[in-house]
Design a binder for this molecule. Structure first.
Ligand code: BES
Ligand code: MN
Ligand code: ZN
Length: 494
């Protein structure tokens, strides 16, 4: 099933002539009205210049002002602030807010204008409109047709010139569709978004873009001796899935990039069970996997000239008579033994086997994303992704990619001193490191399995979804880390 999408297109010319239910105009703060909006201002009987002169609208970040128009031209004009000295990602934010308002108004069609839109700014506008207008309605009983609020279906972006705009628009649409795939999977309840559903989604992506897909279940993983992943999966009757999606856009012998995702379709904590309060949020514990699948969708749409392999480890973490117990020792695929101190530190156990397996592809780099630690949310909140790894130049590349994509990351240390915390009395390593530096000790655990290649770990526990409304995006999944993945891969493509 192809994702239901917002149809985006570009157009050059004067927005004053457009007859549309809504025209959104993005303006920077405290600047005079751009000359190119003169005609629109006249159609609106001077409402734009007046709003700016009277300071009804100052162009601050997240500021909006709705102007109703009785004349010819757009029926409504929504001014959206870009803020002072806007960074390139301010465009994503303003467009997202515009898309969100348009969707809430139920206008179905809109247009978006910002001064001299092209290239990256155009791409960001397209991504923003899609981000903001996205909604998950599948499980709501529909009111009668007449009372139904209409979703936003179509957005036109005004560009400086349509020549050369096609490429930027296509890139924006590719990323936007990737984010839609990821957000949908992330928000779906655990009884619908199961490991089998993630596998079916991977198969669907593979089919639409002609990629190779491999899905291993419990049987195959047992044969592979993935003892760490299987320990997590032993408490659930659902078949765990190890999913491998191969996109070959590069040369035949070229080393691929591996993108790895944690896919816990529900994390109850297992025998070390979590408190009931807000446990329902743990359906999002497959956001890393959703990010990998979303990025593969975007990369395949963009036809990037590079080889990329998506690897997803998916299961649920449940308490049961067959579940793993604290004190158990298991052996990962790379031969290392792990003492399980806390069954709620399951993501790193799944990733241990998947990261070890990734070495078989002789990758040029591996980037994993996981909602791995509550400690990361404490340290960085919803604003920054935790970034750690074993190779500084690749870490810098990923940090730069996140910055370009408006998904900032912040590096945390991987110093040897912290390794003391995960030494085990009985096994090679233990799966938790005590109270302090939880994000670092989790990453140091992963590092024991991410051997033989350059590796970066993204702890997206705080950034992949939000439990509070973020103004431009509602409560729920954010689309992180799709753009970071895509920007990183793009940066290395030919
Ligand atoms: N999926 C959770 C991490 C998490 C917690 C993400 C809260 C988002 C919000 C992970 O599997 C987990 O339970 N981690 C434990 C590790 C601990 C047992 C060392 C945690 O962070 O509490
Ligand atoms: Mn857990
Ligand atoms: Zn988890």
């Amino acid at each position: 099933m192809a994702p239901l999408s917002l149809v985006l297109s570009v157009r050059a010319g004067d927005p004053s002539r457009l007859s549309s239910p809504l025209l959104a105009i993005a303006l920077p703060s405290d600047k005079p009205l751009p000359r190119s909006l003169g005609a629109l201002d006249r159609v609106l009987s001077g409402a734009l210049s007046r709003a700016i002169r009277q300071k009804d609208f100052k162009g601050a970040r997240d500021e909006t002002l709705l102007i109703l128009n009785a004349n010819r031209g757009p029926q409504r004009v929504l001014l959206v602030g870009l803020g002072a000295a806007p960074e390139i990602t301010a465009m994503t934010r303003a467009a997202s807010l515009a898309g969100r308002k348009a969707n809430a108004m139920g206008v179905q069609r809109m247009a978006f204008w910002a001064d001299a839109l092209d290239g990256t700014a155009l791409e960001n506008a397209a991504i923003g409109l899609s981000l903001g207008s996205w909604e998950y309605r599948d499980l709501k009983t529909m009111p009668p047709v007449r009372e139904r609020s209409k979703p936003l279906l179509e957005a036109i972006i005004f560009v400086a010139s349509v020549r050369g705009a096609a490429h930027a628009l296509a890139a924006g649409v590719a990323v936007a569709e990737g984010q839609r795939v990821a957000r949908r999977l992330a928000i779906m309840p655990g009884n619908l978004c199961t490991p089998a559903h993630l596998a079916a989604t991977a198969r669907d992506i593979a089919k639409r873009h002609k990629l190779k897909v491999t899905v291993f279940g419990r049987k195959e993983m047992t044969r592979l001796k993935m003892g760490s992943f299987l320990a997590v999966a032993q408490g659930t009757p659902q078949d765990p899935k190890f999913i491998i999606l191969e996109y070959r856009g590069g040369g035949r012998g070229e080393a691929p990039i591996c993108l790895v995702g944690k896919g816990l379709c529900f994390d109850s904590g297992g025998i070390s069970i979590k408190p009931a309060d807000r446990m329902e949020w743990m359906k999002f514990d497959m956001s890393g996997a959703a990010g990998v699948l979303g990025a593969m969708e975007a990369i395949a749409r963009m036809k990037l000239k590079i080889n990329v392999i998506g690897l997803v480890g998916s299961t649920t973490n449940m308490p049961s008579g067959t579940a793993m117990n604290p004190g158990d020792v298991v052996r990962a695929i790379n031969g290392k033994t792990i003492e399980i101190i806390n069954t709620d530190a399951e993501g790193r156990m799944v990733l241990a086997d998947v990261l070890s397996y990734a070495a078989r592809f002789k990758p040029q780099a591996v980037v994993d994303a996981a909602t791995l630690t509550g400690a990361c949310v404490v340290a960085l909140g919803n604003t920054a992704t935790g970034v750690l790894g074993n190779d500084q130049s690749t870490i810098d590349e990923v940090l730069a990619a996140g910055k370009r994509g408006g998904e900032p990351g912040w590096q945390l240390p991987m110093w040897n001193e912290y390794k003391e915390q995960i030494k085990s009395d009985v096994a090679d390593i233990k799966n938790i490191g005590g109270r302090g530096a939880g994000t670092t000790t989790a990453a140091l655990f992963l590092a024991e399995f991410a051997e033989g290649y350059s590796w970066v770990h993204l702890d997206i526990a705080g950034t992949a979804y939000t439990e509070s409304d973020l103004v431009v995006i509602p409560r729920g999944p954010t689309g992180v880390p799709v753009r970071t993945f895509v920007e990183f891969v793009r940066g290395r493509a030919r």
